[in-house]
Design a protein. Structure first.
Length: 93
């Protein structure tokens, strides 16, 4: 799949795995599962050239709001950690 026998970052072993990739374009985010070579030491991911081209196509569609090919899967929320420093409240009975 990838022309590397070892991780180009740390030199450790690579293993092909299915991974989840988040892609952002404009105000939209897409989640997809793809195959990647993953370093077993540092976690670096290496993608096939055709997979990277797919990422670019999806990002461009998200930026242009061409969303008809995508299936909604819930909602996303942005959380500003600096403004949300209160501990999480629980409903203790």
């Amino acid at each position: 799949m990838i022309p590397f026998e070892k991780c180009p970052v740390c030199g450790a072993e690579l293993k092909e795995k299915e991974v989840e990739k988040l892609l952002r374009g404009g105000d939209h985010t897409a989640v997809l599962r793809v195959r990647a070579e993953v370093c077993l030491h540092c976690g670096e991911r290496l993608y096939a050239e055709e997979t990277v081209r797919l990422f670019e196509q999806i990002r461009n569609k998200l930026k242009r709001q061409q969303l008809s090919d995508f299936q909604p899967v819930g909602q996303s929320f942005r959380v500003d950690a600096d403004r949300n420093t209160n501990p999480i409240e629980t409903d203790a009975a």
